[in-house]
Write a protein that binds this ligand. Structure first.
Ligand code: GDP
Length: 194
């Protein structure tokens, strides 16, 4: 996948604010600080297109980026961020659930999981919900550079076991070394064609 252009288009809290549903899209979900902005920026070859979700005071909305004028990358608000108010935390579920349920052009969801941690209830529930919606999911194990190659493989096996995923449903990634970038481009390219 060659990135020719990548631009922020809009932020949305509800369906009336989403861009018109004419291009296929891939959404990215994960706990705050998991490395979601770093992943998207790396995939798009941009340093600062996506701002980090841990920026204090940043409004937590669904952000749409149009790529090559051909598809969208959708940055879903990070969950589990401790400093977010109770009120904002309550909004996360319905806002994301409505998006996942209603977005007709959504082709797949990329779920990010820190390779050093075991998935929690949020990740398990999200995967179950995506299965229920018949949406493909790709789990990216982030910050792979924190482990040696053999530890990466062992940990990936454990996480797959925990989430009941097949080997081709997880990819190891590091924004630091760019490990996994080509593989993810290829998988996303395939998902967009389906
Ligand atoms: P977000 O909140 O999910 O968007 O996460 P960010 O992309 O802002 O990353 C959160 C923190 O993890 C930052 O301090 C990043 O520098 C760090 N980080 C992100 N990706 C990697 C990675 O691949 N390797 C390492 N070692 N650190 C990373």
């Amino acid at each position: 996948m060659k990135i020719i252009s990548a631009e922020f288009e809009t932020s949305a809290a509800k369906p009336g604010q989403y861009p018109e549903a004419v291009l296929p899209e891939i959404a990215f979900a994960g706990r705050s600080n998991v490395g979601k902005s770093s992943l998207i920026n790396t995939l798009l070859n941009r340093r600062h297109l996506v701002k980090t979700s841990s920026t204090p005071g940043k409004t937590r909305l669904i952000n749409f980026f149009v790529i090559n004028n051909a598809f969208y990358f959708v940055d879903l608000p990070g969950y589990g961020y401790a400093r977010v108010s109770q009120k904002e935390r309550k909004k996360w579920g319905p806002m994301v659930e409505t998006y996942l349920r209603s977005r007709s052009t959504l082709r797949a969801v990329v779920l990010l999981q820190d390779i050093r941690r075991m998935p929690g209830t949020e990740e398990i529930q999200l995967i179950e919900f995506l299965e229920h919606l018949h949406l493909p999911v790709l789990v990216i194990l982030t910050k792979a550079d924190k482990f040696s190659k053999s530890k990466q493989a062992a940990q990936a096996r454990q996480i797959r076991g925990h989430l009941k995923l097949k080997e081709n449903e997880t990819v190891l990634f590091s924004a630091k070394t760019r490990q996994g970038t080509d593989e993810i481009h290829e998988i996303i390219g395939g998902l967009l064609m389906e």
